[in-house]
Design a protein around this ligand. Structure first.
Ligand code: K1U
Ligand code: ZN
Length: 174
């Protein structure tokens, strides 16, 4: 089932999400909904707070090439174990900030630990777009958006645009 994605500003996007106690059918079903929502958007990642659930769950699939085999990942309680000193700049987007993009600098490589759908511990080192995306999604679990890395003026400008967009979307519903 596709879920609706919260648009910034929303207080739920600023909260720190709670750890997931264990994997369960309910959480696997939520992860499936999030993957469906992410692919439909389309996007390469999604965090549970973006669909209004304040739990530490993210999904991602950064395989973008037409015809390539998808690699959907579901991560419960993801945690960055180590980050490279080398940094990378990527023009990020966010499904909670439609049509807003900005360059963000982050560690180029990160090693992440998480619990998979079956409750097993996993560890992997990511680079390139995968590294950028997994850090962006983990930030969502800590109530942080990519605009929080920007200068205050740019952040305010984007926030104003989003307030206007939300007002317009609310009017469309009437
Ligand atoms: O968390 C999100 O809001 C999803 C976001 C993830 C992300 C994008 C870029 C850099 C870091 C994290 C998105 O997926 S925005 C949409 C997007 O980037 C995209 C959409 C279709 C094809 C390829 C990319
Ligand atoms: Zn995002």
């Amino acid at each position: 089932m596709k879920r609706s994605i919260l648009i910034h500003p929303d207080p739920r996007l600023k909260k720190v999400a709670d750890p997931v106690p264990d994997s369960s059918d309910e959480l696997r079903s939520l992860a499936d909904d999030m993957l469906e929502t992410m692919y439909a958007a389309p996007g390469i990642g999604l965090a549970a707070p973006q669909v209004g659930i304040l739990q530490r769950l993210i999904v991602l699939d950064c395989v973008k090439e037409e015809g390539a085999t998808p690699r959907p990942l579901t991560m419960f309680n993801p945690r960055v174990l180590s980050s490279s000193d080398e940094r990378n700049v990527y023009e990020e987007g966010c499904l909670s900030l439609p049509e807003m993009y900005a360059d963000v600098e982050r560690p180029a490589e990160v090693t992440v630990e998480w619990m998979d759908r079956d409750g097993r511990a996993q560890t992997e080192t990511f680079d390139g777009l995968w590294a950028t995306c997994v850090q962006h999604e983990i930030d969502h679990l800590d109530g942080k958006l990519f605009i929080d890395y920007l200068r205050p003026l740019k952040r305010q400008m984007i926030t104003r645009k989003m307030v206007k967009l939300k007002r317009e979307l609310a009017w469309e519903k009437v």
